[in-house]
Write a protein that binds this ligand. Sequence first.
Ligand SMILES: NC(=O)c1ccc[n+]([C@@H]2O[C@H](COP(=O)([O-])OP(=O)(O)OC[C@H]3O[C@@H](n4cnc5c(N)ncnc54)[C@H](OP(=O)(O)O)[C@@H]3O)[C@@H](O)[C@H]2O)c1
Length: 354
Amino acid sequence: MSQPELPLVLIGFGNVARRFVRLLDETADRLDFTWKVVGISTKHHGSVIDIEGIDVTRAIATVESLQSLDRLDAVPRERSGIDVIRQVTDLMADEAGEGRLVCIETTVLDIDRGEPAVSHVRAALEGQAHVVTANKGPAAFAYHELEALAESVDRIFFFEGAVMDGVPVFNLVRETMPALTIDGFRGVINSTCNFILTELERGKDFELAVAEMQARGIAEADPSLDVDGWDAAAKTAALVNVLMGSAMTPHHVARTGIRAVTGLDVRDAIARNRRIRLVASATRQGGKVRARVEPEVLDRNDPLANLEDLENALYLNTDLLGQVGIVQRSGGLTQTAYALLSDLARISQRLREL
Ligand SMILES: NC(=O)c1ccc[n+]([C@@H]2O[C@H](COP(=O)([O-])OP(=O)(O)OC[C@H]3O[C@@H](n4cnc5c(N)ncnc54)[C@H](OP(=O)(O)O)[C@@H]3O)[C@@H](O)[C@H]2O)c1
């Protein structure tokens, strides 16, 4: 097949999704597929469906000027994310049947049950759409169910952007590490907390650092999810579920955030040639996997101690390769958007291989 056209339905049209469609535009000449957006759903900015293709520039301008997308719809009506998915999968049943329709899920993380993202993924797969998401909820709360559903309908459920933005973690293991067992991992996987801890070391204020992460679109919509360790716990659960074959939710991860860490603490650690970092880890003990997220006082020669600002790193303990380290030197919206783009490119590659 030459240059498949992928119709996209965007559930969530916030910082990540808008950067993603801009990035698709910017990289059009490097992609081996074309695309059009056929549906957009938001929580407070309405929704629009047009299977001929939505004017994305206008949609971005509409949301960024805080207006409703309903005004772009031929028959505006109130619809939930599920309604948009069901309507588009019905209207585009042929494209879905051909394996070309893709749902891009980028709603906010819900730490209670991973909803409505889990339901969005389920509905899209049931409608024979592939799913790509940057939301941690689906892999953290329902990975095994959703992966089994995806396999049963022969569709892809990818979520590279859920951990370490666009740096490959899941795809690296899936594509390049066959027949290998991961017995545990240790990493710094929350950029907002790492930025706050680095700013505290520089004598800056905790709340100002949080505000800067919000202004840059990097902190979660509710920054307490970062500060209290929930975001790292959700990523940890996703890693455990996918890479270690266990079934866990963020609520099974022993969790302490960085709220109680003060400027005095981090500067005292530095004076002792140490550094405080929020560390996520998991180990297999007997048949059981134990996972935790907590601020640790690290020796300066620990590789995690050298991570500053938005840098992340993850060290996987494997049986056949020993320790494998993945380091992300720059994180941010473009990198997360790239994760969605790279997952989408994998879907296109699969279509071309048919
Ligand atoms: N930002 C990052 O750097 C980053 C990095 C990695 C992963 N992620 C993940 O990517 C996802 C998106 O992040 P973001 O920064 O783009 O968040 P955001 O700017 O807050 O955007 C979230 C979008 O989801 C919409 N939404 C929320 N609930 C919805 C629902 N029930 N139905 C339909 N739409 C709904 C929001 O609509 P309204 O605006 O109308 O409320 C908004 O369009 C999150 O899960 C986040 O954890 C983000």
